[in-house]
Write a protein that binds this ligand. Structure first.
Ligand code: NAP
Length: 325
């Protein structure tokens, strides 16, 4: 069934976002015969695209059930196929506006100032994910999965005995660098200033690790290598001196941005923009609105935990809808 601007079609469950969280919620709500309508997003040149962050990942070796590993896009296609098999209606479109001031909740696509929304949903599951903040350099998106990564837990294993760079000076960078020393022969932290933002304890852990060294006052200017990363061009911000760092891996750890702009002023958020959910639940403060996956998780950020909270959101949405009858 097409999703038409301004149609105001009433549905039981709408799901915004199609990463592991949203599609798991779709599988569960579809199997509960709730006929979920999924707005999966639209392809774009940035990291914001249907399927979420796994679409930018090559090998995934830590998702249970795939002992040989699986490519990120293939894994997401399998999630999608499974949701469609049970009747989830998936639309390749972005929500342009939501109105959570009254039930059923309005969801617009296309023209956000149209009078009527495209959908009115009794229950809404928000799974719009988060994005790693990147350096915005040439060929950056193409390099992800080919030496460039944003997740040491996911990809550190691939860099055994190699020299790796980590960019950033906060807790994430220290944590990623320290974790990566389990695999790497050497880790170089590249930071744009001469002092760290990270907490003292995380700094100390990095300073005392003999496999970690620091490049201060330095920024990455280019990714080197054709099909895979072979080095970084670095500029010293004080002297403008250019150097090349020979690394085969580079982890960007300069923060994450949750995709919550659509819900500003309508759903409670942390100061950092992540949606707030109740303890041990996917429920938000608003009855019938649930949040799952990275949009509400600034700690684990894993596909498997996103899928887990997607399942929670679906079961809670199902019980909420039952309670309305
Ligand atoms: P963060 O604290 O915002 O630090 C980001 C770092 O990246 C800063 O050092 C910043 O440099 C640098 N940076 C930002 N944009 C940059 C750019 N375009 N180019 C180069 N460098 C750039 O982010 P985070 O480390 O991800 O931490 C986020 C929050 O999670 C923090 O509250 C942190 O404490 C928490 N966290 C805690 C733990 C833990 O306790 N185990 C682990 C991870 C994260 P400047 O310093 O110059 O601004």
């Amino acid at each position: 069934m097409p999703l038409l601007e301004g149609e105001g079609r009433e549905v039981d469950v709408a799901i915004i976002g199609s990463g592991p969280a949203g599609l798991t919620a779709a599988i569960y709500t579809a199997r509960a015969d709730l006929k979920p309508v999924v707005l999966e997003g639209e392809p774009s040149s940035t990291s914001d695209q249907p399927g979420g962050q796994l679409m930018l990942t090559t090998d995934v070796e830590n998702f249970p059930g795939f002992p040989e590993g699986v490519m990120g896009p293939e894994l997401m296609q399998r999630f999608r196929d499974q949701a469609e098999r049970f009747g989830a209606e998936i639309h390749t479109v972005k929500a342009s506006r939501v109105d959570l001031s009254q039930q059923p909740y309005g969801i617009w696509v296309g023209n956000a100032s149209a009078n009527e929304p495209a959908l009115r949903a009794k229950a809404l599951i928000v799974s719009t994910g988060a994005q790693s903040i990147m350096l915005d350099l040439d060929r950056e998106i193409n390099m992800v999965g080919h030496g460039l990564s944003t997740c040491a837990t996911c990809d550190g294993f691939f860099f055994r005995d190699q020299h790796i760079a980590v960019v950033g000076g906060g807790d994430s960078a220290m944590e990623e660098a320290t974790f990566l020393t389990r695999f790497a022969s050497k880790v170089t932290i590249i930071h744009r200033r001469d002092s760290l933002r990270a907490s003292k304890i995380m700094q100390q852990r990095a300073f005392s690790n003999e496999r970690i060294r620091f490049m201060w006052n330095s920024v990455v200017e280019a990714y080197l290598g054709d099909s895979a990363l072979s080095g970084l061009r670095i500029r010293n911000v004080n002297t403008n001196e250019i150097s090349v760092l020979d690394v085969t891996g580079c982890f960007i750890a300069i923060g994450h941005r949750p995709n919550t702009g659509l819900f500003a002023g309508q759903l409670p958020m942390k100061e950092s923009g992540y949606l707030l959910t109740k303890a041990n639940s996917a429920a938000t403060e608003l009855a019938g609105v649930f949040a799952c996956g990275d949009v509400q998780d600034d700690f684990y950020r894993q596909a498997i935990t996103a899928a887990g909270t997607g399942c929670m959101a679906a079961i809670e949405a199902e019980r909420y809808l039952e309670s309305l009858h």
